[in-house]
Structure formats: structure tokens, C-alpha cells
Design a binder for this molecule. Structure first.
Ligand code: 5GP
Length: 192
């Protein structure tokens, strides 16, 4: 998506540890018009895939999921990172290793919001090593829900998450794929 690539070039900042900061428009301050176009693009890509629910992970995925859901007219459910008690066994949980914070955390999702028969579109802001996505896929597996597709705003193509998910056969659409980045610049993978 050229518009997203342009914004990354203009406003993205490369930080140590291969972290790309896009907090001016994507995951702290939010450019709602850009998010709406992102939602429209995900709708164009996945509209024929029988999606009935959009799944994401807090916090950065929520805005993207909501703006996409407006085009699908479907509910959004998000996995929580905060520890939540599982005394009654009423939540699915999975462990995720955080890319940006370098530690393990649990994600949880109330069982009542995901069930066999659901066909899920999973969305997130970034894909790097794929750990967050694997946690979300694990929750779908526990629920018996099927995965219609995975939509990512920014994939860091020099990290293995994207290649692994494609090899596993998922329909993965990344709106911008950064193939290399350093203080001196950024390159994107050409479409097609
Ligand atoms: P993964 O689990 O694929 O290694 O990393 C994806 C998660 O880590 C995303 O949910 C995202 O929040 C965060 N993340 C990974 N790389 C970056 C990055 O370069 N910039 C930002 N802002 N977040 C990232």
C-alpha cells in the first residue's frame, strides 16, 4: 500500500534492536483517515473469505481492527495482555514472547467470544518474529475456530514471522513489507 509506505518513509524512525517507530500515525497518535484506508484495503483483500469475526491483540491492533470492522460490519474481539484469572476455565490463554519488551507474557480471551464455526480474520500492526501471531493462532486452535486470513500493516520481511506463516499456508497480507532498514534508510519489497 503505497500511502502507508510513504508515511513510513516520512515519519518512521529506526530504533536500536530493529524497532521501527511509527507512533506518529499508527500506534500511539492515530491517523484515523489513514486507518480507514487501511481498513478498506483489508476489506478488499479478505471480503470473499467468509470472515465472521475480527481478532486482534491489545493495544495497537485494536484501532486497526475497528477501522477494518467498519467495512466488514463485523464484531472485533481482542486478546488481552493483562493477567486475568482463569479460575473457572472460562478463558483461552497462550504465552507470547514480546518483541518490543523482550519478555514473556500471557494473552487471554474469554471463551464466550470465540467458538467452533467462527471464521476469523486476524489483524495486527507489526509482524516480526511471529510470536504474537502464533499466540493468536493458538487461541483460534483452542477455540476450534478457523482462520480465514491474517492482515498486517507492517511486516519486517528480514525477520522470519512472515515467511513461516506463508509456508504454513495462511493467507497473509502485509500492506507494507520492510526488507531492510537502518539509520540511513528503508527499503520495501515490491508487490507481486
Ligand atoms: P512478533 O511477535 O511478530 O515478533 O512481533 C509483533 C509484535 O511486536 C506486534 O504486536 C508489535 O506490537 C510489536 N513489534 C514488533 N516489531 C515492532 C517494531 O519494529 N515496531 C513496533 N512499534 N512494534 C513492533
Amino acid at each position: 500500500m503505497k500511502l502507508l509506505e510513504q508515511r513510513i518513509l516520512e515519519e518512521g524512525q529506526v530504533r536500536p534492536g530493529n524497532v521501527l517507530k511509527v507512533d506518529c500515525f499508527l500506534n500511539h497518535q492515530l491517523d484515523v483517515e489513514l486507518l480507514d484506508l487501511i481498513g478498506e484495503e483489508f476489506y478488499r483483500i479478505f471480503k470473499e473469505d467468509g470472515v465472521n469475526k475480527i481478532l486482534t491483540i491489545e493495544a495497537s491492533g485494536i484501532a486497526i481492527a475497528c477501522m477494518t470492522a467498519r467495512h466488514f460490519h463485523l464484531p472485533v474481539v481482542f486478546a488481552k495482555k493483562a493477567k486475568s484469572k482463569n479460575i473457572d476455565g472460562d478463558v483461552f490463554t497462550s504465552k507470547v514472547h514480546s518483541y518490543t519488551y523482550g519478555r514473556e507474557y500471557d494473552i487471554t480471551l474469554a471463551k464466550k467470544f470465540l467458538a467452533p464455526g467462527d471464521r476469523v480474520l486476524i489483524l495486527d500492526d507489526f509482524l516480526a518474529n511471529g510470536k504474537a501471531m502464533k499466540g493468536l493462532l493458538d487461541i483460534c486452535r483452542q477455540a476450534g475456530a478457523s482462520v480465514a486470513g491474517i492482515g498486517i500493516c507492517i511486516e519486517k520481511g528480514f525477520q522470519p514471522g512472515g515467511a513461516e506463516l506463508r509456508a504454513a499456508g495462511y493467507k497473509l497480507a502485509s500492506l507494507a513489507i520492510v526488507d531492510s532498514m537502518s539509520d540511513s534508510g528503508l527499503t520495501f519489497r515490491e508487490e507481486g
